[in-house]
Design a protein around this ligand. Structure first.
Ligand code: FER
Length: 548
């Protein structure tokens, strides 16, 4: 239905009638008196991860504006994104609730729930506010205009989760945006982006001209309003946009000109090609590679204050490290009863010498290698992935030059094909946990002599992480290794065999064709003196795929 709107032009004060197709929006009121409204443009707004899940603001997807809340690391269907309602909400009263959800991983048709948790007489209860089956990649609203917070309820949370009895074995990551709560009966609409609707009432009229003029002179301009007011999409909001808006409302122009800037060219892929072997056989590094090299890199001890307190780590920068260049980065974790110094300062490691020789001889591109630690302050191999995400990557990559444009989570994600994680023994345990929980942060994994520690199905959990994140087979690579006499062989080998049965993995050391390989060195045991040779074999295979 077309609606004819009387329009008063702010400049000319002439009355005119407009019949443009852009004006079909229902101009009846939109109730903006929300009791709560979250759009996640400036932060997580006190939303929290539920269970083992984490939440973080992301610009990878948005229903409105440019950001949403991204929920990752879910181990169970009940894990999700959660918010505690304040004391201004009254038990026994009904309200209108709305949340918008989108996911990319796993199967289509996942059933999502918008749920309330509350205590009655100290006992936790759960009730669904709204549910819907989602299509992958499509934002869907979960809403209920009349949901009563039960009488006597305390500690009331609203949260988003997925169906416990889902047919899919995958527990997908998801995005959440535009969560609103209003008085009972209020129909909370899915916000629409209407160019020129500067006062966001889903209706184009002279009031928008008034709002646009106010915005023009405002000292601080809201970025979302500027997007609505920049009707020619020039990325600048200027007087010209206000004039265009008036001309449009007068019927002088029937559409806004599109002055969008040319999109920037696709970035050139910065990976070097590599002659992979399909069935790489173990080859020991020359003994001389562990002696001091004529072209030495540098090992720098750094201290940082992270989520598990004050800790230190070591950073290897290659010979002629140039902070104006970008470097691939490999995080390498020690084993049990070892520490961040093990890899560089022991006779049976001296990894810096190995790296120096490989780089000098052109077998390895110059890269940064970091040896953090899972010791201390409640940190352990199985939970290091949290500190890796929250503290270690931001600290190291804020200081050293990698492919991360900034230390924002989005920029770290965007550079994941230039980031690797590996480790020995308990360090391998940490590697599988990083694969499971931080697959959005790294593309290459090197578990050496160790398996995935879980009470669940090892291979299913690792394959499940791929689906949760919605990754393609050319976006994650595992080069595992151990020795035939290594005590961990009996643990790692069955896990790899089980993983081979999953569609997510194609077994080969040619990473242009597949993504999983297990190198076994004949007779080698559970010791760095031998294990360090696996790095010589595996590391050159990393960082040659774009993931595109
Ligand atoms: C394994 C993973 C980790 C393993 C041993 C470890 C024997 C670590 C042991 C330790 O540090 O004590 O698969 O197999």
């Amino acid at each position: 239905m077309k609606k004819i709107l009387p329009v008063i032009a702010a400049a000319a004060m002439t009355v005119s009638a407009v019949t443009s197709s852009a004006l079909t929006a229902d101009c009846a009121d939109t109730d903006n008196g929300y009791l709560l409204s979250f759009s996640f443009e400036d932060g997580d707004e006190n939303w929290e991860g539920r269970g083992n899940a984490s939440v973080a603001v992301s610009s990878s997807a948005a229903l409105t504006g440019s950001r949403s809340l991204y929920c990752t690391g879910r181990d169970s269907a009940w894990n999700g994104a959660s918010y505690k309602l304040g004391s201004n909400f009254t038990a026994g009263t009904a309200y209108s609730f709305s949340a918008n959800v989108m996911y990319n991983g796993g199967m289509d048709g996942e059933l999502f729930h918008f749920t309330m948790q509350y205590d009655i007489d100290g006992e936790a209860k759960y009730e669904k506010i709204a549910s819907a089956e989602l299509k992958k990649g499509e934002w869907t609203q979960l809403a209920n205009t009349s949901f009563t917070i039960p009488a006597g309820a305390e500690n009331v949370y609203i949260y988003v989760e997925t169906e416990e009895n889902s047919a899919s074995s995958v527990i997908p990551n998801f995005y959440l945006d535009e969560v609103k709560v209003a008085e009972e009966g209020v129909i909370i609409k899915v916000p629409k982006f209407i160019l020129g609707d500067v006062n966001s009432d889903e209706c184009l009229n002279s009031l928008d001209v008034v709002s646009a003029r106010q915005l023009l002179t405002a000292s601080e301009k809201d970025a979302e309003l500027v997007k609505l007011a920049d009707v020619d999409k020039s990325t600048e909001f200027e007087i010209n946009d206000v004039i265009l808006l008036q001309e449009f409302l007068f019927g002088k122009i029937s559409e806004f000109p599109d002055n969008s800037p040319e999109p920037p060219p696709e970035p050139i892929e910065e990976v070097t090609p590599f002659a992979y072997e399909k069935n790489k056989q173990f080859k020991a590094a020359p003994d001389s590679y562990f002696n001091t090299c004529s072209q030495q890199g540098k090992v720098t001890k750094e201290t940082y204050n992270g989520i598990r307190g004050n800790k230190s780590l070591n950073v290897y920068t290659p010979y002629n490290y140039d902070p104006s260049k970008k470097y691939n980065i490999f995080y390498l974790m020690h084993g049990g009863s070892e520490n961040e110094n093990t890899l560089f300062f022991q006779n049976d490691t001296m990894i810096q010498n190995l790296l120096d020789h490989m780089i000098m001889n052109g077998e390895l591109e110059p890269l940064i290698v970091v040896t953090p630690t899972f010791n201390g302050n409640g940190s352990k191999a199985e939970n290091f992935y949290e500190e890796f995400r929250e503290s270690v990557i931001p600290f190291v990559e804020g200081k050293y030059s990698t492919y991360a444009e900034s230390t924002s989570e989005d920029d770290i994600r965007a550079s994941r094909m230039h980031r690797a994680y590996g480790g020995f023994s308990m360090g391998a345990v940490s590697t599988w946990a990083v694969f499971k929980n931080d697959l959005d942060l790294a593309g290459y994994f090197m578990p050496l002599s160790g398996d995935h520690w879980t009470n669940g199905d090892k291979a299913a959990e690792i394959a499940g992480a791929v689906d949760s994140g919605g990754y393609k087979k050319n976006q994650y690579f595992i080069f595992a290794a151990t020795g035939s006499n290594d005590i961990a062989f009996k643990n790692e080998n069955p896990q790899i065999e089980a993983m081979k049965k999953y569609d997510q993995f194609i077994y080969t050391s040619d990473f242009s064709e597949g993504n999983l390989y297990f190198l076994v060195a004949n007779g080698y045991e559970h010791t760095w003196r031998q294990v360090r040779h696996y790095i010589y074999n595996a590391l050159p295979y990393f960082f040659h795929e774009t993931g595109k």
